[in-house]
Design a protein around this ligand. Sequence first.
Ligand code: SF4
Length: 366
Amino acid sequence: MRVSTPHMGHVYIPFKAIFKRLGVEFIMPPINTQRTLSLGARYSPEGLCIPFKMTLGNLIEAADMGANTLLIPGGDGICRLGYYGKVQEQVLHNLGYDTEVIQIGVSEQKFRSLMSIIRKVSGDAPWYRIISAIRFGLSKLASVDRVERVVQKVRPVELVKGTANQLYSHAISAIDKADDYDTLKRVEVDYINQLERVPRDKQVQPLIVGITGEFYVLLEPFSSFDIEQELGRMGVEVRRSTFVSEWTKFSFFLNPFGINEKKRIHRAARPYLKRDIGGDGWESVGEKVLHAEEYDGIVHLAPFTCMPEIIAQNIMLSTREKIPVLTVLCDEQIAKAGVLTRLEAFVDLLIRKRRAHSGRAQGAAA
Ligand code: SF4
């Protein structure tokens, strides 16, 4: 079997580590580019969301490189994600590829489903090897996320723009190459130390902007126009609502902390939305309500035609918590230059709002 999975941020790193430990050939498709999106859009049914198009484009690229077993996220939640696997497999067969598409359930019996799929793909490797490989893969994922959290803090205040991004990309490649726990720990500590030492502008108090929205576009920078990096360049500290390592903690292992955090978000959304509406719509509303006091603004990433996020967008407009929200629709028809202009205008608005607020606070104190 030659296994592959489409890119979604750095999720390829744990998959690569797991399959390497199990002796399964893993084919890494090229990172997402305009070619990936064009390929996916050309062969997708009209009106489908960008995660479908991007992952389809990437699956075609992987199949061209010889992959014959393709893993994609799936599930039986309310949105159409559950149909992706069958439709994408059909499209690939129509294009002449002899590939099998396997969906990894991300909403029901997650850990068991992931383990059985990995077992099948590895030709019935013993359970102890599968568990040990998954543990190592998840440790890599956690390292990537811990380094990224520091990068998000350094970007807006670094004196030489681009330093944090450069260190981040070196860290990613070192984590990817690490073959044992000791090396992984050393690499993580080393890059976090380097990031902490990056010279910063100590006078700056960056704006804090939360990034929320649909899972795929939150995690795959190409699909959301590198919005986090661009905000960092504009001097904004980003707080993203989703990190895959945390999500796997509460999704796969039913970690009590993860469950509490999710419950907290749902409870916050409840005055406006009482139940799951599919995808991440419920969480988007909850994030706005929960962090309205803490953030200067929120960027809401929504794939064009994504029903859960359309519902969330409309509710977010009318909550009592009046924090500014910029919804960015992600689609192949939308150009990055247009998104950047809107982002700059949004950041300007937040700067003026903060100045007005601190002016009022000083006036009250005088
Ligand atoms: S949540 Fe929205 S974008 Fe994501 S798969 Fe479902 S419909 Fe598509």
